[in-house]
Design a binder for this molecule. Sequence first.
Ligand SMILES: *Cc1c(COP(=O)(O)O)cnc(C)c1O
Length: 376
Amino acid sequence: MSDDAIPMLDVAAQNEPLTERLIEKAAEVIRSGRFILGAEVEAFESEVADYIGVEHAVGVSSGTDALLVALMALGIGPGDEVITTPFSFFATAGCIARVGATPVFVDIEPGTFNIDAHRVAGAITDRTRAIVPVHLFGQACDMEALLAVSKKHDLPIIEDAAQAIGTQSPVGAVGSLGAYGCFSFFPSKNLGGFGDAGLVTTTEGSLAEKVRVLRAHGGKPKYHHAVIGGNFRLDALQAALLRVKLPELRGWTEDRRRNAERYDAAFASAGLPDDLLRTPSRRLEGHIYNQYVIRTSRRDDLQAHLRAQQIATAIYYPVPLHRQECFAYLGYEQGALPESERASAEALALPIFAGLGEGRQERIIEAVVGFLSGLQ
Ligand SMILES: *Cc1c(COP(=O)(O)O)cnc(C)c1O
């Protein structure tokens, strides 16, 4: 990659100013000889719970395992249906299927890309056991509406907050609203680890305890298993390094928000027709912009043009989950969930990372607006 290439994300540049402290911390853990759970994991759990604004946080091995262990803790399994969105990273639906349950997909709102809360009630059957909304790209779902459905039908919510650490909704912090919240520290998330790591949050002590037990094979006490768990533990090394990064997260989030505002303003003033350029709808201030995703009917052409200008972009997500080959057995035809299918054809994520800088962002804006204006 040449010097003027603009990446989607520059993890190394973000970590660079923290290098000394990270190395020191890693050395401390290495010398301690304690690598499984322990004080670093407990300290991280408590610090990140404070940041999120939730009573309990349990460190786990990945965001995927956070979802898996939350579903296991609620006893969801074969014969059960779980309502979720078809427009998400694969793990959301993959975990539902892995516990033996059936994912039931409900289409999205075209503006926010989040599950259309007003369609959820229509998908509930007598087999429905839970709802798994995803706060996609860092923006909260319509939790007022989802909580109302959850309460009315007595269905627990597992929030997939993998992309939404620190996101706020009008009814409270994401990750504190359902039975469980599931977070990821995959390197491309707003708080990225040095490998895989995740977190389960909850406001209820008894639910936190269930996940703690399942995280270590379900042994309680050790070697005595009333339930079958797995190895879903967070490494002490990951926890220790995440503790070095966590104090920076608020600032990084502010930077992402400023970048989003600059995109919003520049694209609005370009005056392009809706089919050529739509900026992401924001319902609230609490968005943390893990991704900034525009929509355009000329998505593939725009992406090719940007690539030629050495500007990286990404498509989240090119195939909606109900159209994945592995879910063919669920029987969703092409056209079954039209908003998700349209989003898959039109969505394009632009670089938004903290540290992008105004100069590089200006280049992206000029390239996007220049190309799309030329199509009119
Ligand atoms: C990243 C992500 C996950 C999975 O997290 P991992 O830590 O990569 O396992 C789950 N759901 C969503 C929406 C994600 O973006």
